[in-house]
Write a protein that binds this ligand. Sequence first.
Ligand SMILES: Nc1ncnc2c1ncn2[C@@H]1O[C@H](COP(=O)(O)OP(=O)(O)O)[C@@H](O)[C@H]1O
Ligand SMILES: Nc1ccn([C@H]2C[C@H](O)[C@@H](COP(=O)(O)OP(=O)(O)O)O2)c(=O)n1
Length: 671
Amino acid sequence: MYTTRFLDVPPLDSVAGTVRLPGSKSISNRVLLLAGLCEGETVIDGLLASDDTEVMLQALAALGCTVERSGEAVCIRGIGGELPVREADLFLGNAGTAMRPLTAALAVLAAVHGGAFRLHGVARMHERPIGDLVDALRAIGCRIDYEAAPGYPPLRIGAAPSGLHALDAIRVRGDVSSQFLTALLLALPLATAGGSSARISVDGELISKPYVGMTLQLLERFGIAVERDGWQRFTIPANSQYRSPRTLRVEGDASSASYFIGAAAIAAGGQPLRIEGVGLDSMQGDIRFVDAARAMGAQVDGGAGWLEVRRGTLPLRPIDLDCKHLPDAAMTLAVLALFAEGTSRLTGIASWRVKETDRIAAMATELRRIGAAVETTDDSIAITPPAEWRAGAIKTYDDHRVAMCFALAAFSRCAGAAPALPVRILDPRCVGKTFPDFFEALFGVAAARPDDIPVLTIDGPTASGKGTLASAVAARLGYHLLDSGAVYRAAALAASRAGVDRDDEPALADLAARLDLRFGADGVWLGGDEVGESLRLEAIGSLASRISAWPRVRRALLDIQLAFHRLPGLVADGRDMGTVVFPVARLKVFLTASAAQRAERRYRQLISRGISANIDSLRADLEARDARDQSRSVSPSRPAPDALLLDNSALSIEDSVEQVLAAWQARTPFG
Ligand SMILES: Nc1ncnc2c1ncn2[C@@H]1O[C@H](COP(=O)(O)OP(=O)(O)O)[C@@H](O)[C@H]1O
Ligand SMILES: Nc1ccn([C@H]2C[C@H](O)[C@@H](COP(=O)(O)OP(=O)(O)O)O2)c(=O)n1
């Protein structure tokens, strides 16, 4: 997951390959609650790992459920209609799918068993209405108090003074959020233990019916057969009891699929994009996004648990659609509208106003930012594609779906934008709510023209701070990091281990060409050995300096270095990054510091690692190395003509990082 302040998605051209979707958030949190309420163990496979499921898991654990994780599966031992923990303070983040059902379940449990619970979340959660659900629960005798603003969390739930009653005449509004009805359906089986059935009537037209359909299907899996009269009346039979299905697999998230269906509908690429985890048999309403994408021009095939999508008509056909049944995936349609020939209109989206943010306002603002003409009403949005695309820094409002759908704006070339533009996604971490690895998954299947994948190079002499600066800058930009010195050092280490003479160019080049080198989060691996520490030895640095003077060695190591040039971008440090390996780099920094400073830094670095060192010999060594690196015939260490020269002798690390980031920012269109 990207936790940077922003992520620049370069102009993207095509998609290909296979993407596996994370589990559906809606199914995951419903199943977790049901597993938590029933007796015995339920093993849930394919559960979404995200912020929203995490708060649900923590709440269940706090309420006395046993939660065991093993790999992809989670095993829940439920409380079986009892209430082992009678007091808890539950933080539920911004997860509506946790707040609403837990409110209903705890209100009913506390009414039956007694107890005191506090439910709260982030600031935005305290702005999301829950009054209609609370009213329905109060009407059957539950005790729920508002801690602050009436109608909104935080909530305090307590024992019911006179028990539950009027179970046969429960009323709930269905036209604001279907989550209220879902919450009641999930929780009310608990209220039927005393021998009465529970009957719920829906006031107003029920929105998001497919989500309620999903709730009913999942209840059935847990042994609860709800009788349904159209979408207005629901009856839960007396003495209903949750029965664990023992094992259950969560479908991939159909809303998450929409970003990839959308990408494949607009991107070039002869092959279809395969999407696994959700298919045409899905129980999720948002699978109907497939019909909308087809109507706009996409070619979609599919079966049970899979989809294959390719571009059909482009520009897309504009769409005029009532989106009541697919409120979440409809946001993706709003961005696809940028690729249509004419104005698209999405109606029936009043529920957008009470989601993670006011989504109608957010989408309108951000679509306009990249050049679209947008008109909105209380429950609709109309989008006309940009006459001229603009590079936009997209605000995401702590809303995962805003972040994910706007990533599609990076395909602007497919809509004819010239030049093609990158898109900046602010606070990309918000995708953690439902799809923590969304951007990684996108970069795994999307391709960009090499010239569009940005590179920032940092060259300079030894101990000037290249590595420190490069890794800090890469971390701030969310880019890959190439420590090319480590590649030369690895070749030197391999040569030293194999006993190859430092002057035997053909043997060294042969060894370099076969180097089995892997850089991973778990260290640097040469063959089966982790060699991170060994590479830093001064003797290996010196040998690297010597063997790196051989042209054939340099050539043999080129591909390893070029392979780092991947989406979303690269920061590369070394001697010839800007001059030879990445001459097209957007920013080339040549970093220097006085020899005295550098010797001092290296000395401190070695001492802090418990390696003894002598400052005078270090200085002599580094001066000899500088001379060799600068004077060799191929790729000598020197600044590129267009390099930014930065002497950091008198700068702190943070100051150097800020200076380089400022120079980088000035070279982006987001300035
Ligand atoms: N601007 C700076 N000011 C002070 N110390 C620095 C600065 N940049 C780097 N250092 C320190 O100098 C040492 C050598 O830096 P390193 O990044 O390993 O250099 P290089 O990759 O150029 O050989 C590190 O211990 C680092 O913390
Ligand atoms: N792009 C590069 C990177 C390193 N080298 C050579 C020259 C250097 O003396 C050695 C070791 O590089 P490294 O950057 O790890 O060395 P320092 O950390 O600066 O001491 O490799 C090179 O020739 N070209």
